[in-house]
Design a protein around this ligand. Sequence first.
Ligand SMILES: [Zn+2]
Length: 496
Amino acid sequence: MPAIHTLGELRRSGYRPRPVKQEIRDNLVCKLRSGEALFPGIIGYDETVIPQLVNAVLSRHNFILLGLRGQAKSRILRGLTELLDERVPVVPGCEIHDDPTAPLCAACRARVAHEGDALPIAWLDRDARYVEKLATPDVTIADMVGDIDPIKAAQGGLDLADELTMHYGLLPRANRGIFAINELPDLAGKIQVGLFNILQEGDVQIKGYPIRMKLDVMLVFTANPEDYTARGKIITPLKDRIGSEIRTHYPATRHNALAITKQEAWTDRPGAARVEIPSYVREVVEEVAFQARADRKIDKRSGVSQRLPITTLELVVSNAERRALVNNEGIAVPRVTDVYAALPSITGKFELEYEGELRGAEQVARDLIRAAVGTVFTGVFDGVDTRTVVEWFDLGGTLQLSDSTSADDVVTQTRGVQGLRELAERAGLPPGAPAPLVAAAIDFILEGLYAQKKISRSEERGYAAAEAAPRRTARREEQQMDEEIRIPGSKKKYYN
Ligand SMILES: [Zn+2]
């Protein structure tokens, strides 16, 4: 195709203009027929979201993706560009990417009339045919559709109503492509009316002047389901023009969630120490997100993005790298306690409910990590006898370890704890494993026993017996907590 340089050549090639939704449909049909993967990199939607998407595209619908944050909505929309032709012919210099065989704007029509078959043509790549806009209440009709440019009118000696005086907004610039509007309900009603008019009637009024533009655009949207279904946020005629509403979701299984995080997190890092992430560390990181999504202290309407485990895993790996570099270890193995070092990537990723606010974001995050460790530990060590290790602490043993303790130190300090090394091996330690891997497994056992409240952990004493003084302190703290979060003037007591 790029061998074609003029309108005459294009016409002789048998080229026929095709509406963008038809083009996308045709290309999807080809991919379905050949069994090619659709939306590569999107994990866990094969039986839910993707079939609905395919149907919407086959139906040539404008559609909306309804879902909470971090559910790959934007990525899916961007993935639609893969369904566009690799390149299409355009009139060079036209801001709305006019088709040389069927130009919309007056300037291009005039050029075609004047230059005829000699008109040079250009080829536009598909990536340039995707336009994205985050809707906010201050978006104007000028941003979206365009504005009348009085200076342009004066210079050209034109009437203001002449379309040549138009300064194009995003929608006309998306002509012959895909226009994605994120968070549609945040768009002012007036703009929604403008969008609707241009879709329905092909014209729009700008500052009272009617402007005619028969645009060819596939419109796709995203919204939070709560905002979208709330009355009055989206004007009915526009809602009516959206052919399909498709619900996205968080990964339904831990398996899918782990796969997404593995794909997205930057853990393959050249330069520093070699990184080896134990499977239980990955599982704990993922479990934090699952726990958060089910926690009543966290706002369900805004959700907990998949970016939480992704950025958490990145910080966990960084903490392990830091420890390995400082202690001069050749291999960086993340430990469960490194997840606590990732608090900065957790606390900002959820909105708290009232009782969560009372507890504080950091404490909520710590509770989530501890619960996550407990769940993963129980999964790995279900039915395994941990008594010998617990007894060592009950007999007065304590361990002062931190996330910066070197692997050798962890192994040496814990050598006297009977049964600990055997348990560590059950966590999947290969024979002759290097010290950092052994230390990580030991750390997992200790954190697991702490999560199950079989041993205690405090700043001053490190790991110690559960029965000792720390427990009374813990109970006192809990009581205090209950008192603190009693809501004044209400009899209802919140929290555990
Ligand atoms: Zn044009």
